[in-house]
Write a protein that binds this ligand. Structure first.
Ligand SMILES: NC(=O)c1ccc[n+]([C@@H]2O[C@H](COP(=O)([O-])OP(=O)(O)OC[C@H]3O[C@@H](n4cnc5c(N)ncnc54)[C@H](OP(=O)(O)O)[C@@H]3O)[C@@H](O)[C@H]2O)c1
Length: 306
């Protein structure tokens, strides 16, 4: 099969496109013929070696949409030819390939109304936003949330989810993306290049930070006493709060069919729409990751695999 993979960690130049052996389905696994895989903010960091040891060749990337082409022992709830989407097991990369083997219990059926490209675009972003906003922050109707980095993949899902839950949403973006984040539902938008959000936002019940660094540290200031903040771009632990009356949380983003089905439910209800997608071919994966690494994009980069 064709795949985009690395033989060593490094910059965009280490990504190769070529032939690797087809996977087979072990017990409880299925093989999926991949139609689309998306680019996530973590992928270039994996390529660069930020997440440590790996066995080479390492095929990059986590989420996928495709068609079941083989069943391992014990798989009874999916059939050959069914359309499925999902995210590989935590700690595993490998969807920039024409075929993947994955545990059947962590994939979900893709409705025909959702294209492979949009399903791949919503998989990891949707899981992450659901785990952060619903499971970790437990956002409630009537609360105000500041979502940092609104134009990114995870944050765009989170904005729509928070609105669906009945919250008031404030978000940050660069000037070029302000209309976009307003269009997907943000009630208040802040150009982070011209305005320090701490000067115009306060008394929030919750913060969801997808940017990290100094933005994460400054975010505690907008919380009201008892407020909670969730961080996904600050490493494995949340940053330490500089005040004692708020809670800093690090969502543990799992993989399971129930959360993927929740993505489908929100999509079919019209609560969440797929992000604007920029398409690349699998052979152009290196360029897609280069764009992702620039950290200023709107919506999602998706690879069309077949
Ligand atoms: N399991 C997990 O824990 C998990 C899962 C998924 C993602 N993540 C992490 O979450 C982060 C976001 O991922 P993603 O895939 O959503 O990223 P992405 O799609 O690459 O989004 C990057 C966005 O950040 C915005 N941005 C950059 N600097 C900003 C700033 N100072 N203030 C506000 N917005 C800013 C950019 O918008 P502008 O162009 O408008 O600046 C861009 O749209 C990454 O660090 C990723 O590693 C963690």
């Amino acid at each position: 099969m064709k795949a985009a993979y690395i033989q060593q960690f490094g910059g965009p130049e280490v990504l190769q496109y070529g032939d690797l052996p087809d996977p087979s389905a072990g017990p409880g696994q299925i093989v999926v013929d991949t139609f689309a895989a998306s680019v996530n903010g973590a992928d270039w960091k994996v390529r660069a070696g930020s997440y440590g040891q790996a066995r080479f060749p390492l095929i990059l990337v986590l989420d996928f949409s495709g068609v079941v082409s083989a069943l391992g022992a014990g798989v009874a709830d999916l059939g050959i030819g069914e359309e499925v989407f999902g995210v590989l097991e935590a700690g595993r990369d490998g969807t920039y390939a024409e075929k993947i083997a994955v545990g059947a219990s962590i994939v979900a059926k893709k409705p025909s109304a959702l294209s492979h490209i949009d399903a791949a675009a919503l998989a990891l972003t949707g899981l992450t936003a659901l785990y952060a906003v619903e499971d970790t922050l437990k956002l409630r109707s009537g609360e105000t949330i500041l979502i940092q980095g609104g134009a990114g993949g995870v944050a765009a899902f989170a904005i729509q989810l928070a609105k669906h839950l009945g919250a008031r949403v404030i978000t940050t973006a660069s000037a070029a993306n302000l209309a976009y984040v307003r269009d997907i539902g943000a009630d208040e938008v802040i150009d982070y290049n011209t305005t320090d959000f701490r000067k115009v936002v306060n008394n929030c019940a919750a913060v969801f930070d997808t940017v990290g660094g100094d933005v994460a540290l400054r975010s505690f200031a907008v919380l009201k006493p008892g407020g909670r903040a969730a961080f996904i771009a600050s490493g494995a632990q949340p940053p330490k709060a500089d005040r004692s009356d708020v809670t800093a949380l690090r969502p543990a983003v799992g993989r399971d069919r129930a959360h993927l089905n929740r993505i489908v439910e929100l999509y079919l209800a019209g609560a969440v729409r797929p992000p604007p997608v920029t398409l690349y071919s699998l052979s152009d994966a290196a360029e897609a990751l280069r764009v992702s690494e620039s950290r200023h994009l709107k919506g999602k980069l998706v690879l069309r695999v077949r």
